[in-house]
Design a protein around this ligand. Structure first.
Ligand code: NFS
Length: 620
């Protein structure tokens, strides 16, 4: 029988090894959870106070109210708002860490990092309205970081980042009262409103969810992206390799997994240290092979072309290759299962963030003030572990595919010759039908990468330019869609544009916080054309999403005016009121709205129909 857990041959091979070795993965645990809680699936259980837990009977026979009187509509809306708040918090706390690192570097307290992109620093300083005349880079960076830290608890009215959006969009947010004020404030208010006995109006709750998510997209995530560029360099097109075949049979393999580039950047630097390379050789290895996974993988892939071993569902499979000397993690999307699994091999599971400790992990905290030293210490742990590798248990799938990544807004503009005009022209003359942003995770509820790859292929074949981030982009990397040569899979118009500009039809724009790059391009396109973002022939999709961060992303993309298709079902179906708000009423309120479609081919039709409608409305 065909194994429907993944379409990725490397993953399928590793799943066989897992079975032979009697090892459990997320897919097994997913099966063991069947049937999953129906109340939870519908969003109908509430644990917000200790009169509960309460649950609402979706069939109407049992209780229709919680002890406090909350209906299914209230419970579903409150639960969704909490998901958005958690996702926005995760992205934004990541953003804060990057801003604080820049502040430390500027103040001379953190010495191992330098400011890599001064012109971006200057541009951001101007955007924040700071005077740069006669000031040193250090002083400007410090002022900028301090101004950015204000964004988290700002008292000045609203977030700086929203100045990027067209006036029409700002007016929509103002009218609805959802202009984001401060990043932390919106998250705190979400928690306050969902506390027992506060906001009990589903629409009011969802509207705050949109505001909270906007503080992520145009706040926390935007700062994470922009300040990472300042500190670590703005990505430029770069080639590399992807999938588990990037692991080496004879080098010390170190997998970096998680999200923040602060540590991974130092690991990239330390892995080139000649003394460490000779230490690896002294242990019988051919060298040091640093590879990435998930979004920290995306960060170093975008900036250094570091190989990416895989996306979310491959974290356990990488350990099962038996070839990893160390898995180094920071925060987010790290399965707590890794410790136990690593213990079945010689692999060291190393946690580095005081915010994220795991069972079975060796904790080596990252000290930003001594970051290079921490990175060296971690790499030495891996080197020392190399002789413990049992080569008889090593199975590395051969699969790898090349990618071209690194499409920051600046890199895209550069490829276009300095302005958005060629892109606008191509859209107007229908060589490019529209633009679709494909983002998000893997989820064992659906075949790994199947929806990502097939949706991307279906869209490019119909001349839709696809831009991607996160684990969606890694799926495309593995499928060879991030190469200029993939233009042959595109429709004639898109293929022509790709060939003329040397671009792949699917552009890797970075990690999930880098969806802010996509927002920035969408806003710039709208401003150029004198329209609102909602008027553009643009759509979003999260075909295999699973995390709360993805819920926040979906919400801010929709609130920014962009129609978004979800490929896994969000826990809102217990409330017709909430489902109707998200899939219908949102269209009138904010221009964007959600659809749920689990079949990627049908999802492609929805995206194309939407794009064609927008084209017709614009008269192009
Ligand atoms: Ni995004 Fe990136 Fe991947 Fe999903 Fe997790 S790594 S921040 S949440 S699983 S795409």
């Amino acid at each position: 029988m065909k194994d429907t857990r993944s379409i990725d041959p490397a993953s399928l091979q590793m799943l066989k090894v897992a079975r032979d070795e009697g090892l459990e993965t997320a897919w097994d645990r997913y099966l063991a959870q069947q049937p999953q809680c129906g109340f939870g699936e519908l969003g109908l259980c509430c644990r917000n106070c200790n009169m509960g837990p309460c649950r609402i009977d979706p069939f109407g026979d049992g209780p229709q109210k919680g002890v406090c009187g909350a209906t299914g509509d209230i419970i579903v809306a409150r639960n969704l708002l909490r998901m958005i708040a958690a996702g926005a918090a995760a992205h934004s706390d990541h953003g804060r860490d990057i801003v604080e690192t820049l502040r430390g570097v500027a103040a001379g307290e953190i010495r191992d990092y330098t400011i890599k992109d001064e012109s971006k620093l200057m541009a951001l300083a101007r955007e924040f309205g700071l005077s740069t005349e006669g000031e040193t880079v250090q002083v400007i960076a410090k002022k900028l970081a301090e101004a950015a830290l204000e964004e988290f608890g700002t008292r000045k009215g609203y977030l700086q980042g929203i100045n990027r959006v067209p006036v029409k969009r700002k007016e929509i947010w103002e009218k609805l009262g959802i202009t984001p004020r401060g990043i932390d404030r919106e998250v705190v208010e979400a928690m306050h409103r969902t506390h027992f006995g506060v906001d009990n109006d589903p629409a009011n709750l969802i509207l705050h969810g949109l505001r909270c998510s906007l503080s992520d997209g145009w706040g926390g995530s935007l700062l994470a992206t922009e300040f990472s560029d300042v500190l670590f360099g703005t990505p430029r097109p770069v080639r590399g390799r992807s999938n588990l075949g990037v692991l080496s049979k004879d080098a010390v393999n170190i997998l970096v997994h998680g999200h923040e580039p602060v540590l991974s950047e130092m690991l990239v630097a330390a892995a080139k240290d000649l003394a460490l390379i000779s230490a690896a050789r002294a242990k019988g290895a051919s060298g040091i092979n640093l590879v990435g996974m998930c979004c920290t993988g995306n960060e170093i892939l975008m900036r250094h072309g570091v190989p990416v071993a895989g996306n979310f569902l491959q974290q356990e499979l990488a350990i099962i290759t038996g070839a990893l000397e160390a898995v180094v993690v920071d925060v987010q999307c790290i399965m707590p299962a890794l410790g136990q699994l690593a213990a079945c091999y010689h692999t060291k599971f190393i946690s580095t963030s005081p915010k994220a400790k795991f069972p079975g992990a060796l904790h080596i905290p990252l000290d930003e003030h001594n970051a290079l030293e921490t990175a060296r210490k971690i790499i030495l742990q891996a080197i020392e572990n190399y002789p413990n590798r049992d080569q008889n248990r090593v199975y590395i799938p051969e699969e790898t595919a090349e990618y071209v990544a690194g499409f920051s807004v600046e890199a895209l503009l550069n490829a276009l010759g300095g302005t958005l005009d060629p892109l606008i022209e191509a859209v107007k003359n229908k060589k490019i039908r529209g633009i679709a942003a494909l983002v998000g995770c893997n989820n064992p509820k659906v075949t790994q990468d199947h929806s990502h790859v097939n949706l991307a292929k279906a869209l490019i074949a119909r001349d839709v330019l696809v831009v991607e981030t996160g684990c969606a982009a890694i799926a495309s990397a593995k499928a060879g869609l991030l190469l200029p040569e993939a233009a042959e899979l595109a429709g004639a118009g898109l293929a022509e544009v790709c060939r003329a500009l040397g671009l792949p039809p699917v552009l890797h724009m970075g990690s999930c916080v880098d969806i802010s790059r996509i927002l920035t391009v969408a806003a710039a396109l709208a401003r150029e054309l004198g329209v609102d973002i909602a008027d553009l022939p643009v759509a979003g999709a999260a075909p295999e999403w699973m995390s709360e961060k993805a819920v926040s992303i979906g919400a801010y993309v929709v609130a920014s005016g962009i129609f978004t298709v979800l490929g896994t079902v969000p826990p809102v179906l217990g409330s017709n009121v909430v489902a109707d708000l998200l899939t219908r009423q949102a269209k009138d309120l904010v221009g964007g709205y959600f659809a749920v479609e689990t079949d990627p081919f049908k999802a492609a039709e929805l995206v194309i129909a939407h794009i064609d409608d927008k084209r017709a409305a614009m008269g192009i």
